[in-house]
Design a protein around this ligand. Structure first.
Ligand SMILES: Nc1ncnc2c1ncn2[C@@H]1O[C@H](COP(=O)(O)OP(=O)(O)OP(=O)(O)O)[C@@H](O)[C@H]1O
Ligand SMILES: [Mg+2]
Length: 452
């Protein structure tokens, strides 16, 4: 079932649930008060009759007098013990025949439902004992068909019925309007989603009026999500194009050397040797590059880091030992205190420090220094080299993917321009920062700031 139909039916059902009991209560109260009023009037009439009875002498007088009190559909009786009727005047023979008389010593009133020519009718009967000391003894009984009440009852029923139907219809229409109002943005969204599904191109929803309600929040959230998706798709596209571009260069070198070998074989031993060397070097470069790509892809996909206590002093010492064996370069550690404990993902922080040391090794020949500091809020790692440095205007760009200051020089050193980008991403995951200070020809200092 459509949600609009559901809302419509629920509001109408709810409306009926409220209206029907209210109508029933109104109806019952109306009947009760009307009968009470009729009863009061009949009580008054009975008191008047009893007063008059005392003054009358003959039974013909009595008949005349009592007939004055008769309405169109009523009877008046004088009763004696054993329910004996000793006197009766009536305008409605049928009614007096249907209603059996009753003698009473206590006053009371009751209503009876009788069958009449057109359906059923209510009859009000009041009975009063005639006080002792009166000329007559016994009790007085007045019966009257409440014809006016019947008519009013029908009218009220019709009015209440009409109001209920009208209420339900208005509720149906209102429910439809309400459901449409609620559903419009949702339908828009569904429509847009279907379009995205068909075309595969993410796009946002047009928000017509600024209502500041949940639906608008939902639409803007959807739009924000789509925007993020678009940015990600754009990035992915850019990455694929950058990556393939990066791979193209070494592949071209490999292909041209391979062609050379195909044509000349091993005739020229020296040239052949060079070709093989170059092919090997480029293949190694591609292998390293793909490893970095995978690293980066993993980093961009999983935004989760496993935080645990890491001692930066011990971590640096371990890294230095591993690098010293491979590169044979002097790296010195300066630490203001020991241990320096932070909450971090050990493997990822290790990766960042290696990226920085790798750069320092590649882009300098002298000594390399690492400084560790710790204060109340943060731990600071500084990697300092005395190498070629980076021109000031390039510093803003070197965190971009595949960005290298001097492409020719970087080719010699075998970089892909991804190292610092990866380092920055990892620092971001740790809510830390990475800063660079550098002077061309003097050296570079990279500063890592990690929350303690
Ligand atoms: N310590 C440094 N001294 C001088 N230049 C640097 C230093 N660190 C980075 N750079 C410059 O910034 C560029 C980007 O560095 P990044 O580490 O991102 O890439 P890469 O070293 O070229 O390649 P990769 O690290 O991916 O193998 C480098 O190409 C280099 O020109
Ligand atoms: Mg690097």
């Amino acid at each position: 079932m459509k949600i609009t139909t559901k809302i419509n039916l629920i509001t109408t059902a709810w409306m009926l649930c409220i209206m029907i009991p209210i109508n029933v209560v109104v109806f019952i109260l109306f009947m009760k008060t009307t009968i009470n009023m009729e009863e009061d009037m009949q009580n008054q009439k009975a008191a008047d009759i009893i007063k008059d009875l005392d003054t009358l002498s003959s039974s013909s007088d009595m008949e005349k007098k009592l007939k004055d009190y008769l309405t169109f559909h009523s009877y008046i009786r004088i009763m004696q013990p054993k329910n004996r009727v000793i006197f009766e005047v009536t305008n409605d023979r049928l009614l007096s025949k249907k209603m059996k008389g009753k003698y009473t010593e206590n006053p009371y009133a009751e209503t009876h439902l009788i069958t009449a020519e057109n359906g059923e009718e209510e009859v009000l009967v009041t009975r009063f004992p005639i006080p002792k000391g009166n000329q007559l003894s016994g009790s007085l009984e007045i019966g009257e068909r409440l014809i006016g009440l019947e008519a009013r009852k029908e009218l009220l029923r019709a009015i209440l019925g009409f109001c209920t139907v009208l209420g339900a219809s208005i509720s149906l229409l209102g429910g439809r309007w309400l459901a449409n109002l609620i559903m419009r943005p949702i339908s828009n969204m569904i429509h847009t989603m279907e379009e995205i599904e068909k075309s595969g191109v993410p796009k946002g929803i047009t928000i017509q009026n600024q209502t500041k309600d949940e639906l608008q929040t939902m639409a803007s959230t959807f739009n924000r999500m789509i925007e993020k998706l678009q940015v990600n798709m754009e990035r992915q596209k850019q990455f694929v194009s950058d990556a393939s571009h990066e791979l193209k260069t070494p592949l071209t070198v490999i292909k041209s050397y391979a062609n050379f070998l195909k044509r000349h074989g091993l005739e020229d031993k020296e040239m052949a040797e060079e070709a093989i060397q170059a092919i090997h070097a480029e293949a190694t470069r591609i292998q390293k590059m793909t490893e970095t790509f995978l690293d980066l892809a993993a980093l961009e996909n999983e935004n989760i880091i496993e935080l645990k206590e890491v001692n930066l002093v011990v971590l640096c010492q371990t890294i230095f030992k591993q690098l010293k064996d491979v590169y044979r370069r002097e790296i010195t550690l300066f630490s203001t205190e020991s241990p320096i404990i932070i909450q971090a993902d050990e493997l990822k922080i290790k990766q960042v420090i290696i990226i920085l040391l790798d750069n320092a090794i590649k882009y300098s020949h002298g000594r390399i220094e690492v400084f560790l500091e710790m204060n109340q809020q943060q731990a600071i790692v500084r990697v300092k080299d005395y190498g070629i440095g980076i021109p000031q205007e390039e510093i803003d760009h070197i965190f971009e993917r595949f960005y290298r200051v001097d492409k020719a020089r970087s080719r010699e050193t075998g970089g892909t321009g991804l190292g610092l980008h990866i380092a920055k991403s990892i620092m971001k995951l740790h809510k830390g920062e990475i800063e660079i200070e550098s002077k061309v020809g003097l050296g570079t200092t990279v500063k890592l700031i990690l929350p303690a």
